[in-house]
Design a protein around this ligand. Structure first.
Ligand code: ZN
Length: 185
């Protein structure tokens, strides 16, 4: 996997590192991690996503509503993509040059949803391996996704302010919130 590791707080990317993108993403991700506490208090899961346009305008923001909606698909990324598509009235967001910011690395399902949506950039906080370690969620299998996204012209930056995000997840677990997942034998 081609991966650029910056000296910049351990952020990784699938393109040559751009400090401006990383600085903007840090601000957004820190804000989303703070929002996560409010979402959790309203019965949401510990993940928040937002979509911004190229001028830095917020298009949509949502939490993970799997438990509230009794729907296994309603991850934060899926919810914001749906909101953005309704807002623009299209299934193809690619003309709008949008970026998705997520508090943790998108799971297997959400990577697919991001690909089909036409979103151009992905920024996330906590890596899936740490999400799994802390929470016990299954993030799926994601082969070489940094490269696969690069091939499709989608830039990815990850591990953004990951320690702040890990604290959100640790608190979610220690507060005894539900870890929603299918039973496996
Ligand atoms: Zn997901």
């Amino acid at each position: 996997m081609t991966q650029f590791v910056s000296e910049y707080n351990g952020i990784i990317s699938n393109e040559k590192f751009d400090t401006n993108k990383a600085d903007f993403a840090k601000k957004i991700i820190i804000g989303l991690q703070n929002d996560a506490y409010n979402f959790i208090n309203s019965g949401y899961g510990p993940f928040v996503a937002a979509i911004y346009d190229e001028n830095g305008n917020l298009i949509a923001k949502s939490g993970n509503s799997v438990v509230n909606d009794k729907c296994s698909n309603n991850h934060a990324e899926i919810n914001v993509i749906k909101e953005a598509e309704i807002k623009f009235g299209t299934y193809d967001l690619s003309p709008y040059n949008l970026s998705i910011y997520v508090t943790s690395e998108p799971c297997m399902m959400c990577l697919g949803a991001i690909l089909w949506s036409g979103i151009k950039s992905v920024y996330y906080g906590v890596a899936s391996c740490d999400v799994e370690k802390i929470t016990g969620y299954d993030e799926g299998f994601k082969l070489n996704w940094f490269d696969e996204f690069a091939k499709r012209g989608i830039c990815v930056y990850g591990n953004i302010e990951a320690d702040i995000g890990k604290n959100v997840l640790l608190k979610y677990v220690s507060d005894g919130n539900v870890i929603y997942k299918p039973l496996r034998k």
